[in-house]
Design a protein around this ligand. Structure first.
Ligand SMILES: Cc1cc2nc3c(=O)[nH]c(=O)nc-3n(C[C@H](O)[C@H](O)[C@H](O)COP(=O)(O)O)c2cc1C
Length: 445
């Protein structure tokens, strides 16, 4: 199969009522819906109608800030079970922390759900940087990044070995820095053997974890050239571990707001941002930069001292991948702080505000350039934003021949292996030559 005939992977990141911070205010939803099985089942059915490959649910085992977003979402794998019952083909990807779980317990629960859903489950291995989590587990302070990643690597190895015991029936013995155990699981293998492993976190240690063990990676990519570079680095990293680079698929987050015209999409975006809690964007950007920026002159670009600041990966307690991606994006645009904030609505992910054609063209451009195997989609509001994507963008991608029209695989691992690129990618030209009319700040390169 040539690269041109290969199909992109599309997951959808189910972020509660949507990625827009005001999503709960712009549609007719009751806050309690987030805790009903039907809310999640309905999102799964819409995704499956659009032939999407999977849904993804993040996790933070701590109370969020009720002044910023509705609370009360259920634990990801419980929501995924509800989605699994309502669907037949959709992959089900959930985050679970390697810092705040036990591998035997997690391996047993996730393999069980994989068996029950017919081989559609994936575990997104995350190391968790949120500082409000540790006290919930009786720990004074979140361990530093190197410690969290060493534990993550060992955790993933133990998970995989335990899952393999389902098929071999043999006990394993593991002695490591963090875990010391002997045993086997009392769960049968699933149709895909065991859950797929995803990973999120793009610091060098995060990339190493991905290359060593992940079959799918959620990345932070706001610009095309760095995305291509990172794509190659992760694939080469997997090859260096003796793996087939095609066995690891890379899907950065992609946020979108759709409208019938670009102006309409922009108006919709601006209206939704206006309804966000005060200083939401400013605080989010401050957080990702690891710097207080509220006293800065809004009419000037963010000072280079802030952007040039070296990050010490051992002590920096936030995400290196978000920091790097956002700093590069700010430098590239070089706009005033006010305009930077105005365009920051992807909250760390690339955002496209435009027509279905513009969104489809941009997805095609990145896919054919060999920057991604697919995308982790972030809709402005659920369910409406996802429905619009399924009805208006998916048919365009199908017409371009870069997205499937039918489900052909029965397991998530089968889906990942049969789609995305073959590495190395021979870059091809988009089918559309129309110039993208996205504003400068949204341009990919
Ligand atoms: C796209 C993406 C998704 C993530 N999802 C979660 C999550 O659901 N739960 C969590 O605890 N951490 C999550 N993380 C945090 C990472 O696991 C990691 O702790 C963090 O990014 C710091 O590592 P880094 O410096 O390598 O980026 C996510 C990170 C990224 C980049």
């Amino acid at each position: 199969m040539t690269d041109q005939q290969r199909k992109m992977l599309l997951n959808v990141n189910l972020q509660g009522f949507g990625q827009r911070p005001a999503a709960w205010r712009t549609q007719d939803v009751a806050g309690t819906e987030l805790t009903t099985a039907e809310f999640w089942a309905q999102l799964g059915r819409i995704a499956e109608r659009g032939k999407l490959d999977a849904v993804f649910l993040a996790d933070s085992p701590a109370l969020g800030n009720p002044n910023l977003r509705p609370l009360g979402q259920v634990e990801p794998f419980v929501a995924l079970q509800a989605i699994g019952e309502a669907t037949e083909h959709l992959g089900l990807i959930g985050s679970a922390s390697t810092t705040y779980n036990d591998p035997y317990d997690l391996a047993e629960r996730l393999l069980s759900l994989d068996v029950i859903t017919g081989g559609r489950l994936a575990w997104n291995a995350v190391t968790t940087y949120a500082e409000n989590v540790s006290a919930n587990f009786g720990i004074d302070q979140n361990p530093d990044r190197p410690t969290r990643y060493r534990r993550a690597k060992e955790f993933a190895t133990v998970m995989r070995r335990l899952w393999e015991t389902a098929a071999t029936g043999e006990r394993i013995r593991h002695r490591g820095e963090f875990f010391d155990l002997e045993g086997r699981l009392n769960v049968p293998p699933s149709p895909q053997g065991h859950p797929v492993i995803f990973q999120a976190g793009g610091s060098p240690a995060g990339r190493d974890l991905a290359s060593a063990t992940a079959e799918g990676v959620f990345t932070v990519e706001l610009l095309l050239e760095p995305a291509i570079k990172n794509y190659r680095a992760v694939k080469e990293g997997a090859a260096a571990y003796g793996r087939n680079p095609d066995d690891i698929k890379i899907t950065p987050g992609l946020s979108f707001v759709l409208g019938g015209t670009e102006e309409e999409a922009r108006r919709r975006y601006d209206e939704m941002e206006t309804l966000a809690p005060d200083n939401y964007t400013l605080n989010t950007l401050s957080d990702y930069l690891g710097e207080e920026i509220k006293e800065l002159d809004p009419h000037q670009p963010i000072p280079t001292e802030i952007l040039d600041r070296e990050i010490d990966e051992t002590t920096y307690h936030r995400s290196v991948s978000y920091h790097q991606g956002i700093v590069r994006w700010i430098r590239k645009n070089n706009t005033s702080l006010r305009d930077t904030l105005r365009n920051f609505g992807g909250y760390g992910a690339r955002i496209i505000v435009g027509t279905p054609e513009q969104v489809a063209d941009s997805l095609e451009e990145w896919f054919l350039a060999g920057a991604v195997d697919g995308f982790n989609l972030m809709a402005d509001e659920f369910p409406r934003g996802l429905e619009t994507f399924v009805e208006q963008v998916v048919p365009l991608l199908q017409a371009k021949g870069i997205f499937k029209t039918e489900y052909t695989e029965t397991t998530l691992r089968g889906v990942l292996r049969s789609q995305g690129h073959r590495y190395p990618v021979s870059a091809a030209s988009p089918t559309t030559t129309a110039e993208h009319v996205l504003s400068t700040a949204q341009r990919s390169n």
